[in-house]
Design a protein around this ligand. Structure first.
Ligand SMILES: [Zn+2]
Length: 271
């Protein structure tokens, strides 16, 4: 009996993804850093520059972070693209979508001095054309706003469904179910915006979730791009007869007859 595992021989992965690069990310990054949890942060390079601000229905001003603090703030976490200006893309033609994705990627790469390989769509509109643009711009995955509400990571990396939105009333039971599940390559992905933690007064609730994930010895914290790269690699491995063939350039982890084994890049492991 072979079971696929995450890096370090862990059975499950946890990812937290927050969008828009808002002021409350400062407190949130401090919180997850305390537990050594890695996050994915989706940014709009042009709104950052303009210090874009809007008023939440509850009256709170939602402020964006400025360029001069984001580079230090997100160190150790994934920064991904969320388009230049956060448009609703339903009426956009190909060239405009390419500009929104491609220029945001280039600006973020210049600002952070690192490759930006992930994309998350703003709002809830997604289409085959946006998926194609994400591919054409060189992104390795594109995340939709649609929730999967399950622990199975998406098979299509350009139609990546998020696990659960943090304001979903079933968040607690989703987390409980994840901590109990024995599903292969189970993933708990929570997405949202850190300003909601102020608006909904849920800092303690999120800290409790993060602390439980960090304390669980069978859970590994991964960014979205780390997940995508690892899943692509392990899903391409061949398991047949009494051998596992790792075709990828990453170390892969399995449970073989109850023991945890790692298979080096390009290696064939016989059992
Ligand atoms: Zn957004």
């Amino acid at each position: 009996m072979i079971k696929k595992l995450y890096p370090g021989g862990k059975g499950k992965a946890f990812n937290i993804t927050y969008d828009d690069g808002v002021l409350q990310d400062i407190r949130f990054v401090e919180l997850i850093n305390k537990y050594n949890i890695k996050g994915t942060f989706n940014l709009n390079s042009q709104l950052m520059e303009q210090q874009f601000e809007w008023t939440h229905p509850n009256g709170m001003a939602v402020k964006r972070l400025s360029e001069n603090i984001v580079v230090d703030l997100y160190k150790g976490h994934e920064v991904a693209s969320h388009t230049l200006t956060h448009p609703y893309m339903s009426d956009m033609v190909y060239g405009e979508i390419m500009r929104q994705l491609g220029r945001d990627k280039a600006s973020l790469e210049q600002l952070f001095g690192a490759k930006v390989a992930g994309f998350a769509v703003p709002f809830d509109y997604y289409s085959p054309q946006i998926a194609q643009c994400a591919k054409n711009c060189g992104f390795e995955y594109a995340r939709m706003s649609q929730e999967s509400l399950c622990y199975t990571p998406s098979e299509d990396y350009y139609w990546w469904q998020c696990g659960i939105f943090h304001l979903n009333p079933n968040l607690d039971s989703f987390v409980e179910g994840f901590l109990k599940t024995k599903e292969e390559l189970a993933l708990c992905q929570i997405v949202g915006h850190s300003y909601d933690l102020d608006v909904e007064d849920m800092w303690d609730k999120m800290e409790n979730i993060v602390a439980r994930m960090a304390a669980d010895r069978d859970v590994v914290s991964m960014t979205n791009i780390e997940l995508v790269r690892y899943l692509k690699a392990i899903r391409s491995a061949d398991i047949s007869g009494n051998a596992i063939t790792n075709y990828s350039d990453m170390e892969l982890w399995f449970s073989v007859k109850g023991s945890v084994v790692s298979v080096k890049p390009k290696e064939i492991y016989s059992f």
